[in-house]
Write a protein that binds this ligand. Sequence first.
Ligand code: TZP
Ligand code: MG
Length: 231
Amino acid sequence: MDTRHRSRSRDVSARCQWGIYAITDRASSGNRPILETVEAVLAGGVRVVQLRDKEMSFEQLLAVAREIRHMTRQHDATFIVNDNPYLAREADADGVHVGQADIPVEVVRDIVGPDMLVGLSTHTREQALMAQLLPVDYIGIGPIYETKTKMSPWPLVGTETLRWARLTLSIPLVAIGGITADRISEVVAAGAHNAAVIRDLMSADNIEERARQLCRLFEESRARRLADGGP
Ligand code: TZP
Ligand code: MG
């Protein structure tokens, strides 16, 4: 067990509560340049951006990642790299996010060191429970709803499992999969600390405006949850 990780978990938990969690996707954005979409979500008030691209080479991604690093610093936002801890380290990102079939998180932690955020995707209650014993700082949980963005071999998780996770686990949760403006209040009410959005953001005609709308809906939903006595 990595005790250094556990001893800093309270601070880290506070660092992992962003609200809307934007993920890049060139296909959903009609091939708009990644940097243009990132600038728009940041201008719209999003506090965390994940660079996710399965096509580009390491060198191409590194060039983009360095720009995003610069842009996120300007906006005081968090920058997470998908899949590749070496890219995250090289780009001086704040975090790296991996899936169940990617490099094991113990190895990821060794590569990125104790301070970088590590996120892990989970798709079942068992995986979410296991994640609490691993050197990770937050978990993705999904797909909550049906999504066309990613072919997932996992069944839908649904908001009931999200509710269970919030009541059972102490790790920050990023709900993902099919989340749109009209579902934000439901996932926040079910306990999501964060809502990851790809298509609803990236395919918007005006990405900045959609980001602003999603952030506002998230904050309103969170205030309602607090007023209703939720954590
Ligand atoms: N992991 C689980 S569902 C998903 C990923 C990357 C795709 C989510 O995309 P969208 O467009 O927000 O449904
Ligand atoms: Mg992955």
